[in-house]
Design a protein around this ligand. Sequence first.
Ligand SMILES: *Cc1c(COP(=O)(O)O)cnc(C)c1O
Length: 395
Amino acid sequence: MKTTYNVNEKGFYGEFGGAFIPEMLYPNVEALRQQYVSISNEPSFQDEFKALLRDYVGRPTPLYHAKRLSEQFGAKIYLKREDLCHTGAHKINNTIGQILLAKRLGKTRIIAETGAGQHGVATATVCALMGLQCVVYMGAVDIQRQAPNVARMKMLGAEVRAAVSGSKTLKDATNEAIRDWISHPEDTFYIIGSVVGPHPYPDMVARFQSVISEEIQQQLLKKENRKNPDYVIACVGGGSNAAGAFYHFLEEEKVKLITVEAAGKGIYSGESAATTALGKTGIIHGSKTLLMQTNDGQITEPYSISAGLDYPGIGPLHAHLYQTRRAEFIAISDEEAMQAGKSLAQTEGIIPALETAHAFAVLKQKKFRPEDIVVINLSGRGDKDLNTYTNHYDL
Ligand SMILES: *Cc1c(COP(=O)(O)O)cnc(C)c1O
């Protein structure tokens, strides 16, 4: 698909993107760049990818008409149920795609980095499935904070290595993973968990996640006799669930896209992850994009109550959607997300991940027409966040 919101041949979305990588990684990234489209379009790849999405992940995920929520907010609201995917979120769509690519490139060892542990679990899962060695880098602080996901990764046979430099969080884990990749370029494939990183990762991940918007179109056609909704709403950490939910609508200018960032304790509180509100152009994770930084260009430590939105940048596609105003960006605070999560649980019987709860908080802020069709990407389930919910509400 050749469109204005898709990546160009040089790996840029407008002024954002590219591949700013150490010399040593160039051959690896270049090989991937040359082959990712042709390999993933091969019929045998597509057959295997689709069969796993169907039988292992449980796709297509339902597009559920949330009647009580619709009544409450005066629009026709549909929920795209990525929370029903195996491992509880959309991340598995991408890790399956990337591990199939890794196998076809002859790689035998997988590395990844993870903050909250969700991408680490999705990666450990597909490595177990394919019988490949798996090393996940995680900040030492995050290992403490996210113990259940560390246990999951170990149970799945992955090795979890602690990053003990700097703030001992996600960006330090990323540095360790890149260092590992530089020293094992031959046999190792680096699975990145969002639409971030050097080209071709953002486009590759968006393509693997685009199954979400492809299904939304097919499902809406059946239910509403039209392919396009009026709104698509998704939360954004790095931006992969949003990219997947938006993908087939990017060029459909009548479809309004709403991207929801984490305002933490308030956009200007100093404890926030509202990248487009606070960020400036810079380079993170090998790509030129918007990121939160100090005046002298040091990356600022982000904050959000939801670990998956606690990222100081956004993918280059989203920086471009922001700059061109193709998508509207709204920042939602911890408190608003908490309320929206509880409200969804008690209106529809669905406990969303805290990340996802941010997307639902937008319903209170926007004014819809009764005939509007609104699709919210329900990126993940809230089991992992029950502790945070129960502490907050003293349940
Ligand atoms: C990881 C995660 C996110 C944030 O990542 P994106 O790449 O922005 O999608 C959002 N929701 C859930 C449930 C997650 O696990």
